[in-house]
Design a protein around this ligand. Structure first.
Ligand code: ADP
Ligand code: MG
Length: 212
């Protein structure tokens, strides 16, 4: 069997046919390195450049773990900007398209608070958001993160560069300690080392070097 084929992993038949329909026939290098670790429910630090397919790496993992019949926030993705949060939400919806009904809710600043609160009252399986707005919902008690099983810090180096470290720490502490945490970053500076020591538990580190 082709080792970079998605069918070399233990994914559900629905997920495999969905990937096929999306035209994802082979794993990208970061997916091939990180998906086995993610599916073992280990914590992970993954370093790879933009456009390498990191969203599907964590998206496939979180969707395989998710219980569609439990309408609670089981996965939380923190992204640096509204544009990135929208992109991640869209990719997660595409990955979930032919599987069960999965509700993905995007929570970013710049959008009015009231409709977001109404959506949170209605419920979601996955929340994708930016640090500032997630902190707002936590401090207003309009979001319950006690059911989170998978926490993703996407583009962690950019979030730290933008000064979001303390916001992230606050959001992480609103999640259960027993969870899987996945950190994605294009670079691995000292702040990211500090974040991984603080937020992750015995993480596996994978890295895909830039192609020359
Ligand atoms: P990153 O987060 O690493 O910057 P993305 O997750 O945004 O990258 O993915 C970049 C592009 O690659 C997206 O358009 C996505 O649909 C596509 N993609 C992801 N995985 C695969 C795959 N296995 N095969 C083909 N295309 C893929
Ligand atoms: Mg990305």
């Amino acid at each position: 069997m082709n080792p970079s084929s998605f069918s070399s992993l233990s994914l559900s038949p629905a997920m495999l046919s969905n990937l096929d329909a999306l035209g994802y026939h082979e794993m990208t290098p970061i997916q091939a390195q990180s998906l086995p670790v993610i599916l073992q429910l280990r914590d992970l630090i993954a370093q790879a450049k933009t456009g390498s397919g990191k969203t599907a790496a964590f998206g496939i993992g979180m969707l395989q773990k998710l219980n569609p019949t439990w309408f609670a926030i089981q996965a939380l993705v923190i992204c640096p900007t509204r544009e990135l949060a929208d992109q991640v939400s869209n990719e997660l919806r595409r990955l979930a398209r032919f599987t069960d009904n999965i509700k993905v809710l995007t929570l970013c600043g710049g959008a009015p608070m009231r409709p977001q609160i109404a959506s949170l009252e209605h419920g979601a399986h996955i929340v994708v958001g930016t640090p500032g707005r997630l902190r707002d919902h936590i401090s207003r008690n309009t979001i319950n993160l006690s059911t989170v099983q998978t926490l993703v810090l996407d583009e962690a180096d950019r979030m730290v560069d933008m000064g979001f470290y303390e916001e992230i720490a606050g959001i992480v502490s609103a999640c259960p300690t027993r969870r899987q945490t996945l950190l994605f970053s294009a670079t691995y500076p000292d702040d990211i080392r500090k974040a991984s020591a603080e937020f992750l538990r015995e993480p596996v580190e994978v890295k895909v070097e830039a192609q020359h």
